[in-house]
Design a protein. Structure first.
Length: 552
């Protein structure tokens, strides 16, 4: 088996794949040399698909069959507020499956969002195979730090559906921190401000040599560069109505075509003070074409989008509060994600943290590079005790990895006992718990708890001779169930009969280093582990949507 492990940043708007080859981190390009690949899939009638830059033009010419931003749908129930909010932004139908998970309806087929993600992953691994001359079957995949249990499971399923062995899921900001600081013997507190296409995360870390300890993380899975595009589309639609007295806002295909223009305007305003563009659009149901001479200044764009960036800063305040830190205690600021190229975002983050961002880091590629280095270190640790060569130039990486052992961690604090490889100490982004009487969540796993961790609670039966207990499991940071996300249901069966409240069941939640939950239950009278079945939303109906669907 090849020792190569891919590091993959599966993004909302763009994805990147990197590998460590002969001690150097390499970002894999396509045949035209492009290293950033749009997370876009164009589906054709025969089941074949185009992915990445080849699929991008079809967002204009065939938007109904061209899927984008599928990551925003992964791991969410169809009736969630987040999905309802997104429905109006897609030109293709999104419908519920029997298990209340979303399905994307394209070419008379229903596709789980993970299936779209799997096609992107399959495409990226194909690029790596062509570049390296050998298949890549193992990967470390990054996820937003704010992703909950269901979203992480969905990401792992996407990798498995693409035929990959997913060695580890790591948080995107943590991967970026690894790329920034590994091998440099830094001693500092760092803020990773990660503003992507569809998600925002901020993670505060303490770097001590090759120890990367996450102090807190906070985020918004539905805040990103897409929101800038939506504001620009509204501005273009308003301009059409003012100039031509025609309301085009009710047609989803018009919205999709205008989003392509909006992205170009946004990119233009990154480098220019004003952008002028001729936009042509046909009145729906007619052959009448309208032409709009549209112009926008950077100042006007920033006024329209300031509240979007303000939401990210509110999240930063939350992360600082959770870590018990002041802004002045953050010594370095690292900007990650394509949306941090927007001048408004850069300026706002700089003013908030009162720090100049670190230079020399590519915000689009840094996450995948960190994941690749992590994957290479895992393989090296399994293969041999000798370290693999350091990564030169910008990255300056060394190799090797140690698994988390908190008792051992205290022993390595002295300077002369630092571990040879990176030690990543990550945290849970959300609290985990069960629903109790009165619509309250009984928190079992606390937010920002260090991984891996294990916590238990005791439950008793509510009636005599009860042999079955059902506990709805939630993820979120509120005590009110209605503010949180239901992950599934824990069902305990075959409980020996007994008087109410005398039957004690110990329920133990374990969260592993991937941030994924497992549950066990024990009858305290007998000491016997009881059958515990955790039904996670979305696990049931994507089993047959596997790599055989990934026709290129």
């Amino acid at each position: 088996m090849s020792e190569i492990v891919a590091g993959i940043d599966l993004g909302t708007s763009n994805s990147v794949i990197s590998v460590v080859l002969e001690g150097e981190a390499i970002v894999i390009p396509d045949a035209q040399g492009r290293r950033v690949h749009p997370s876009i899939v164009h589906l054709m009638p025969g089941g074949e698909s185009l992915v990445g830059n080849d699929a991008r033009p079809y967002r204009l010419s065939d938007p109904m069959n061209t899927v984008f931003s599928a990551k925003r749908l992964m791991g969410r129930p169809f009736d969630s507020p987040e999905i309802k909010m997104l429905m109006g932004h897609f030109p293709f139908p999104v419908v519920p499956a029997e298990d209340n998970t979303p399905r994307i309806q394209v070419q008379q087929q229903l596709h789980p969002p993970e299936g779209i993600g799997a096609r992107v992953l399959h495409y990226l691994c194909g690029l790596a195979r062509d570049y390296l001359g050998e298949p890549v079957t193992r990967a470390v995949i990054t996820v937003p730090a704010n992703f909950d249990e269901a979203q992480r499971r969905a990401t792992k399923r996407a990798g498995e559906m693409a035929g990959l062995e997913v060695l580890r899921l790591i948080n995107e900001p943590t991967a970026a921190a690894l790329a920034y600081g590994y091998g440099s013997d830094k001693r500092e507190r760092v803020a990773i401000y990660d503003f992507g296409g569809g998600t925002f995360d901020v993670t505060l870390l303490e770097l001590r040599g090759n120890v990367f300890e996450v102090l807190s993380t906070a985020g918004n899975s539905y805040l990103g560069g897409d929101d800038f595009d939506y504001r620009l589309v509204s501005a273009i639609l308003n301009a059409f109505e003012r100039q031509h007295h025609v309301d085009l806002s009710g047609d989803e295909l018009v919205h999709q075509r205008l989003r392509v223009y909006a992205e170009e305007i946004k990119k233009g305003l990154t480098h220019q003070d004003a952008v002028r563009m001729m936009i042509r659009e046909t009145i729906p149901g007619t052959v009448t074409e309208l032409e709009l001479d549209f112009s926008l200044t950077r100042d006007n764009f920033e006024k329209r989008c300031a509240d979007i960036v303000d939401q990210s800063l509110t999240t930063c305040e939350d992360a600082l509060r959770s870590a018990g830190l002041q802004r002045a205690e953050i010594e370095h600021l690292v900007l990650v994600g394509g949306s941090t190229r927007v001048p408004l975002v850069q300026r706002s983050a700089r003013e908030f943290f009162q720090r100049e961002p670190v230079h020399g880091i590519d915000p689009d590629e840094v996450v995948a590079v960190g994941a690749a280095v992590f994957g290479a270190s895992m393989v090296q640790e399994q293969a041999a005790p000798a370290p693999i060569p350091a990564i030169p130039a910008v990255a300056g990486f060394e190799q090797g990895i140690e698994e988390l052992d908190e008792s051992w961690l205290e022993e390595i604090e002295p300077e002369n006992q630092a571990p040879a490889g990176p030690l990543l100490i990550d945290v849970t982004p959300h609290a985990l718990g069960v629903a109790t009487v009165g619509g309250v969540m009984d928190i079992i796993i606390e937010r920002n708890g260090q991984l891996p961790l294990e916590r238990s609670r005791y439950f008793s039966t509510s009636r005599d001779d009860q042999t079955r207990v059902v506990l709805p499991i939630y993820s979120g940071n509120s005590r009110r169930i209605e503010d949180n996300q239901q992950l599934g249901v824990l069902e305990l069966t075959d409980i020996p009969p007994g008087p109410r409240e005398e039957v004690q069941i110990e329920v133990t939640f374990e969260v592993d280093t991937n941030g994924m939950l497992s549950v066990r239950a024990t009858d305290m009278r007998t000491g016997v582990n009881q059958f515990a079945r955790l039904s996670i939303s979305g696990d049931s109906q994507v089993q047959d949507y596997n790599a055989s669907h990934l026709l290129m």
